[in-house]
Design a protein around this ligand. Sequence first.
Ligand SMILES: CC(C)(COP(=O)(O)OP(=O)(O)OC[C@H]1O[C@@H](n2cnc3c(N)ncnc32)[C@H](O)[C@@H]1OP(=O)(O)O)[C@@H](O)C(=O)NCCC(=O)NCCS
Length: 227
Amino acid sequence: MTTPFVPAWVKAVRFGVLAAVPLPAGLEPVPEGVLATLHPKERALALSERGRRQIEVAGGRVAWRAAAASLGVEVSSWALLSDSARAPLCPPGVMVSLTHKEDLALALVAPSDAGLVGIDLEGGARDRSAIMTRVCRPEELVEVQALPEAERWPNVMLRFAVKEAIYKALAPRLGRFFGFQAARVDVRSRESVAIELFLEPTDPRFEPEAELLWLDEHRVVAMVRAR
Ligand SMILES: CC(C)(COP(=O)(O)OP(=O)(O)OC[C@H]1O[C@@H](n2cnc3c(N)ncnc32)[C@H](O)[C@@H]1OP(=O)(O)O)[C@@H](O)C(=O)NCCC(=O)NCCS
């Protein structure tokens, strides 16, 4: 049994602490009792949005507060707002990354001296193979197309989740957009991937690693840390 906006679980993961907050269906405004648990500026941020965006913004902030508390970070005076590129403005010493889908918001909170972190939740039974050529580098496409048809979309979805998590980890540091061709994801198994980056020669060098958490048969949380 899950209650909307009440953390369903908070767990230690390789790179920090991960919290999951169920989101309600529909477009009803977020209850005041939930908004009142946020920092006043987070409450104002949520109230500046409508419908699903309001629900996502509030759910993500409930999740970050639960994960930060579990990590032992004092966050009562910090509002998790966003910069002009939508990246979270994190408190000193802490990295926060958020993701949300229809029924769930997740926050990964980690000590920033351990590296940059990013998270993405992808999944659902629906096959979206049409995005394959956009998400994959040419050499990844060759690997995907060699798979039996039923395995292609799950494989692309995994690459997609890892790449979006890479983006959330690195984009705030790089200060620019970079597309899906900037990383190659080597899918070793459902549980293990390796990452190779193809950034600009002038960019800092990063060593990225990933942790995967399957929520069910179809939904995966990709967490990336880059040092
Ligand atoms: C930015 C992007 C990754 C967000 O993904 P999404 O599926 O729209 O959204 P999610 O629900 O997973 O995550 C939303 C959260 O992402 C975070 N986010 C958004 N932009 C961000 C950025 N530039 N940097 C870091 N985090 C960001 C925010 O915290 C946001 O939560 P909020 O809106 O409640 O504050 C996506 O829109 C995008 O632009 N992808 C293309 C770039 C890319 O992935 N390149 C691949 C590089 S290998």
